[in-house]
Design a protein around this ligand. Structure first.
Ligand code: NAD
Length: 484
């Protein structure tokens, strides 16, 4: 299989917060990989704009160190590092004042695509948007990229949207959810809408339930104070899990283009029913396995923020009525894994005797580790001994299917940044989607607050609290094992 790299047009990319953690760990190493792959053209320019006093040489050194630390490639695999670094520039800018904006304006070239990446705290989004517009840096074709968290409830998300909409049109705003940039997530759309095989079965008549799991082994560690203001519902469910749910449940869009795809995702969110309190299990990891517990990490012995959540959702439309979707995410769990499992119903009648057992097909979409898909099918156990049935996987892991080209699959950030330059918003969240997701999330969180609910403790390196297991058991179902 031959992968095709289509270079993007020359561009000026300004990274506000270019000295920050996200820029050094993800954005710059990602751009370097696209440069090595021949996708970022040599005429492109990346300008870091941040608060620190620094010159271009100092910034290049910072990025060289970051690439050495965070990029998976060995330096000898891409001899282009110095060429890439020569494309970098730096300007000291005060997002809330006047300093640096004129210098930045002079660095920008005429007639190139311009993108402004807001890799800064959301409280600065409005200030930067205002200055870009008022100081004449952003024309009608400029794009801005904003990071999560996009609000902490509906009101704050609306306020953020408003502060951006005052200076930019919706078709200029790229709200990043890096889950949407994952190869498997896009493959999910290819599998659903590029094959005849699945679509006729993709409804409550044939699908018993769907499970979406995003499990991490790490705790909140040094980010405890920050995380404690958010929790698993805000940090993971409202955005990443919600986006996965949309892609798995949406109707086929008329075309694979931004408006059509985002319209269908929005309809799913709006069709989500409010979640019953007894359909939710929240947890906090306990101390153990050589680490402190959540409350110590959060530095609040009375914290009520959840580091784990499981919930059962219903989508009220013709396709999904009666098929629950279970979401589960948490920290300090027994393995780092993200997957979507579509569990089909059993055959309506078994022609085999009882010894053959009852079986069901499961389509598993693995986001990490080892991105790929697996379809469990039931066959006869080979050999003599009568008709005994066994489930075997039809496995498609990308590294097997693509061979050496699998290494060329861009990471989520790389792909999304290239989409910004191309002006393709399909894999970015629209303002109304984000607001609809908060409108569904807010009453759930408000419910815990009104009822003064305390999350249940769970053992580190476990599958989460007992309540989460019960959520499934009550329905006669069980979670898939959390394993790498
Ligand atoms: P950081 O604190 O490491 O970096 C902040 C950057 O903003 C620095 O470059 C700093 O110079 C710049 N800055 C701060 N105030 C400024 C001002 N007044 N004027 C100009 N520049 C200013 O933050 P980070 O971890 O890189 O996160 C950036 C954004 O990305 C945040 O919105 C965060 O929520 C989001 N995010 C981060 C990660 C991550 O892994 N770090 C993941 C997802 C989302």
């Amino acid at each position: 299989m031959v992968s095709r790299v289509i270079p993007v047009d020359p561009f000026d990319l300004v990274v506000f917060g270019g000295t920050g953690d996200l820029a050094r760990r993800k954005i710059l190493p990602g751009l370097f990989r696209r440069f090595c792959a021949g996708q970022m053209p040599a005429e492109a320019q990346i300008i870091a704009a941040a608060r620190s006093e620094m010159d271009a040489e100092g910034y290049r050194k910072m990025v060289r160190d970051a690439i050495n630390e965070f990029d998976g490639q060995r330096p000898d695999e891409c001899p282009e590092l110095e060429n890439f670094l020569s494309r970098l520039n730096y300007v000291q800018v005060d997002a809330q004042g006047d300093g640096g904006w004129q210098e930045l304006k002079e660095m920008l070239r005429k007639d190139t695509v311009k993108a402004f990446y807001f890799s800064v705290a959301p409280s600065l989004f409005g200030d930067i948007a205002e200055r870009l517009k008022n100081k004449g840096l952003a024309k009608r074709d400029a794009r801005i990229v904003v990071e999560k968290p996009f609000g902490r409830d509906l009101a704050s998300a609306q306020a953020l949207n408003k502060s951006l909409a005052a200076y930019f049109n919706e078709d200029q705003i790229y709200r990043i959810d890096h889950y949407l940039g994952k190869e498997t997530v896009q493959n999910l759309m290819a599998v659903r809408f590029g094959n005849m095989l699945f679509e006729p079965l993709w409804n409550s008549q044939y699908i018993d339930h769907i499970q979406i799991t995003v499990a991490e082994t790490v705790g909140v560690g040094g980010r405890g104070g920050y995380y404690d203001k958010s929790g698993a519902m805000r940090d993971m469910v409202q955005n990443h899990l919600m986006q996965l749910l949309c892609l798995i449940a949406m109707e086929p869009p008329s075309r694979f283009e931004p408006g059509a795809v985002r319209d269908e995702k929005l309809k799913v969110i709006r069709a989500l029913e409010p979640v019953e309190p007894h359909h939710i299990a929240r947890g906090q990891y306990d101390a153990g396995a050589g680490e402190a517990g959540y409350r110590e990490h959060a530095e609040d012995p009375r914290s009520r923020t959840e580091s784990f959540i499981a919930l059962k959702c219903h989508i009220s439309n013709w396709r999904w009525a009666g098929t629950p979707i279970y979401l589960r995410t948490g920290k300090r769990l027994k393995a780092r894994t993200s997957e979507i499992a579509v569990v089909f119903k059993e055959t309506p009648h078994s022609i085999f005797d009882e010894d053959a057992g009852r079986h069901r097909n499961i389509l598993t979409i693995r986001l990490q580790p080892n991105e790929g898909m697996e379809l469990g099918v039931t066959i006869k156990e080979p050999g003599p001994g009568g008709m005994r049935l066994v489930d075997v996987p039809l496995d498609m892991s990308f590294s097997d299917a693509l061979g050496p080209d699998a290494d060329e699959v861009p990471d989520a950030y790389e792909r999304l940044i290239m989409d910004v330059i191309r002006g393709n918003q399909t894999l970015f969240m629209r303002g109304d989607e984000v607001e609809a997701a908060w409108a569904w999330t807010d009453p759930i969180i408000q419910g815990w607050e009104t009822r003064n609910e305390v999350p249940k403790l769970y053992d580190p390196m476990s599958s989460g609290p007992e309540d989460a297991l019960m959520l499934m058991h009550r329905d006669g179902r069980k979670w898939r094992e959390i394993k790498a």
